[in-house]
Design a binder for this molecule. Structure first.
Ligand code: MRU
Length: 336
């Protein structure tokens, strides 16, 4: 299993996901500002992974001279707006810091590092639990369609949607995966395909606009995707294009599953309409690896996420069990 992010004596070390699959290399962040930049530029991405990165960023920042907890947390929170795991992890670090008020500085610094490490290890365990619950839903002998990358690379390890797929394979199910390419950042073609190939899970890349073709042919047994934020009513924000896949799935009677940890729930929001959607640089759309694929000066829209209304979601798989509609009650019960 790949180690997405690690706390090391030399700094926070992460796989550079912008270079995969052409090159497997690591980036070492020696300041919290570098961690923030790595999150912003998507060297590390995926909701749980950026939560772990932010926690380690807080711990790293507090080792720097003249550190201000508020400034560090504000800077890290300003990197990406949609995935709630980022804010969840920062809040957890803030709560620990507040509880250590009056303790010696060295003790506080060590406790923050330990907490960030704990968040990372918990994430792997949570994904494995999610996998155990979700594996039962995956039909044997069928093709599973996924969108974006909700795998080991998007988490501290094992993955959410890909964790469910891994667990189904480990349980002996014969499945293969269709990975949506996931324009514009190509997380499906670059990261999901790479990750599943490492694990010898049979994988086929399709471009995003091919999903309907294959569903109509009866080729897709179910869809499993991750999430960046889930509102109290079960509306799901995930990588842009997820909504289209969900509508196609309903039209073709294909179950549409979302796998996400409890830390991705935002029960303060009554519906997905309240989820902030990140707008990214037009260059991600007009250029592919620096090569222009559109005329200079053309207007571009680049929302990084969309919201899938809960009526399209067959079930939400969490580490605590599976939630089904009506989600207001089932999600609250699982969140406890
Ligand atoms: O922009 P990204 O690559 O950070 O978006 C990632 C996704 O949308 C994932 O599906 C989501 O974060 C879940 S990752 C387990």
């Amino acid at each position: 299993m790949v180690e997405t992010i690690e706390w090391k004596p030399e700094g926070v070390v992460m796989i550079d996901q912008t270079r995969l699959p052409r090159e497997f290399s690591y980036v070492t962040c020696t300041s919290y500002q570098e961690v923030a930049e790595a999150i912003r530029s998507m060297v590390i991405r995926g909701a749980p992974a950026i939560g772990v990165a932010a926690a380690m960023g807080v711990a790293l920042g507090m080792q720097q001279p003249n550190a201000s907890m508020d400034t560090i947390c504000d800077d890290l929170a300003g990197t990406r707006p949609t995935a709630v795991n980022l804010f969840w992890a920062i809040d957890r670090m803030k709560r620990l810091y507040a509880s250590l008020d009056g303790k010696p500085a060295a003790e506080i610094r060590a406790a923050l590092v330990a907490e960030a490490q704990k968040i990372k290890l918990e994430d792997i365990a949570v994904n494995q639990a999610m996998g155990r619950h979700g594996a039962e839903l995956i039909p044997d002998g069928k093709t599973v369609l996924t969108h974006c990358n909700a795998g080991a690379l998007a988490t501290a390890g094992y993955g959410t949607a890909l964790g469910v797929i891994r667990a189904a394979v480990e349980a002996g199910k014969k499945i293969d995966v269709f990975a949506d390419e996931t324009r514009p950042f190509l997380q499906g073609a670059r990261l999901t395909a790479w990750e599943l190939q490492q694990d010898n899970i049979p994988t086929t890349i399709i471009t995003d606009n091919m999903a309907g073709y294959f569903m109509r042919q009866g080729r897709i047994g179910c869809v499993v995707v991750g999430a960046d934020r889930i509102a109290a009513n079960g509306d799901v924000a995930n990588k842009v294009g997820t909504y289209s896949v969900a509508v196609l799935a309903k039209e073709n009677n294909v179950p549409f599953y979302v796998a996400a940890p409890i830390s991705t729930l935002d029960l303060t929001l009554t519906s997905g309409d309240q989820i902030p959607i990140e707008q990214r640089s037009p260059r991600e759309v007009t250029e592919v690896f620096g090569v222009p694929v559109a005329p200079e000066g053309i207007a571009v829209q680049n929302p990084a996420f969309d919201v899938t209304p809960s009526r399209y979601v067959t079930a939400i798989i969490t580490e605590k069990g599976i939630a089904r509609a009506p989600y207001e009650g089932s999600l609250r019960d699982l969140a406890g």
